[in-house]
Ligand binder design. Structure first.
Ligand SMILES: *Cc1c(COP(=O)(O)O)cnc(C)c1O
Length: 349
């Protein structure tokens, strides 16, 4: 049985979080002299002299409607990378607790764990990039605090099996994080709908991919309010800046623009897959539900260096477990993809 009080690092339960001026007085007033801000304005054209909302209420209000959750079930962070870091900080005692990851997967789970001196148990995906349920259950006997699952998975591009994820959530006593950074490109529903049912499930999404807002650094976490409360308690007080909050609201009010871009990227992805299939040097094109394509070639590093020399940069993943021989190609604009294909057509070993 999942019990949050037994999972969270004990010293955090009674720890006093930072109390900002805006925590201590939340109402409206004429004169605010409580936060040592510059009342005159800013050294730029627009005014940014007031601290931003520490809990991003306006963003969450719109997001809650779109995602059909309560605002209390949403965490917003400086990229989803901040949420990953905070989850490890909340649950893992350095040099004592463990997390589970399923390589090949996103690199930040291990980096964050390493920073905090938290042991990482690696349970390899199977050769078709799916979860190895038996090995995961074995790893759970070591009582790890968190398992990070990435679906669609980076760098392989595929979705993890839905029923296996659900069995992880119900069978595992720790926290199950499902990182859905690429869910907008997938032919499958998000796991967000399950957060009401499973108090140990955390969904991560981001504004960095489908929304096209990587530079703003805004990541989303969806979970039971108890987990969100802990994340809010230990986060830096003003972790999402005012411009990011403003632009997020602007973006959420133009969800159609995001959907149009996603549609276009999916069209480009299919075109790119067709064109790559026609090339002899591409040995395998892995099925993708993301905005990138993993391909296997004969001499990945030779091809990678050739592309660099032609001013086309892809990601060399050939030294990644189970991705030997692989390059990861982000779906670009129609013109960029055309350049890639033309350059690949000219390649000779
Ligand atoms: C790109 C990516 C993210 C996004 O991180 P941000 O910090 O929100 O930019 C998260 N998870 C995975 C798997 C990714 O590929």
């Amino acid at each position: 049985m999942f019990r949050l009080e037994k999972l969270i690092r004990p010293h955090l339960i009674n720890m006093q979080p930072y109390s900002s001026a805006r925590d201590e007085f939340k109402g409206d007033a004429n004169v605010f002299l409580d936060a040592n801000e510059n009342a005159l304005g800013s050294a730029v054209a627009e005014n940014f002299n007031r601290y931003p909302d520490p809990y991003q209420g306006k963003v969450k209000q719109i997001l809650a409607k779109q995602k059909q959750v309560n605002p209390e079930q949403i965490f917003l962070g400086n990229g989803s990378d901040e949420a990953i870091d905070l989850l490890i900080r909340a649950f893992c005692e350095p040099r004592q607790d463990k997390i589970v990851i399923t390589p090949p997967t996103y690199g930040m789970y291990k980096v964050s764990a390493d920073i905090h001196n938290v042991e990482v148990i690696k349970v390899s995906l199977t050769s078709n990039f799916q979860l190895n349920e038996d090995e995961l259950n074995k790893a759970f006997e070591q009582a790890p605090k968190i398992v990070f699952l990435c679906s669609p998975n980076n760098p392989t591009g595929n979705l993890l099996q839905r029923d296996v994820i659900i069995r992880m959530v119900t069978g595992f006593e720790g926290v199950v994080v499902v990182d859905e950074a690429y869910i907008d490109f997938a032919d499958e529903r998000s796991f967000i709908q399950y957060i009401d049912k499973y108090p140990n499930l955390v969904i991560l999404q981001t504004f960095s991919k489908a929304w096209g807002l990587a530079a703003l650094r805004l990541g989303m976490g969806f979970a039971d309010a108890a987990i969100i409360n802990i994340m809010n308690k230990i986060k830096p007080p003003y972790n999402v800046n005012a411009i990011t909050q403003l632009k997020a609201i602007e973006a959420l009010n133009q969800v159609g623009k995001k959907e149009k871009m996603v549609h276009q990227i999916l069209e480009e992805r299919e075109k790119l897959i067709d064109q790559l299939s026609a090339l002899e040097l591409i040995l395998t094109i892995y099925p993708t539900e993301a905005n990138f394509i993993l391909v296997r070639v004969d001499q990945p590093t030779v091809l990678y260096n050739y592309l660099v020399q032609k001013n086309v940069i892809v990601r060399n993943r050939s030294n990644v477990h189970l991705c030997e021989g692989c390059l990861r190609i982000t779906v670009g604009s129609s013109k960029e993809n055309e350049t890639l294909i033309n350059v690949l057509k000219e390649f000779k070993y």
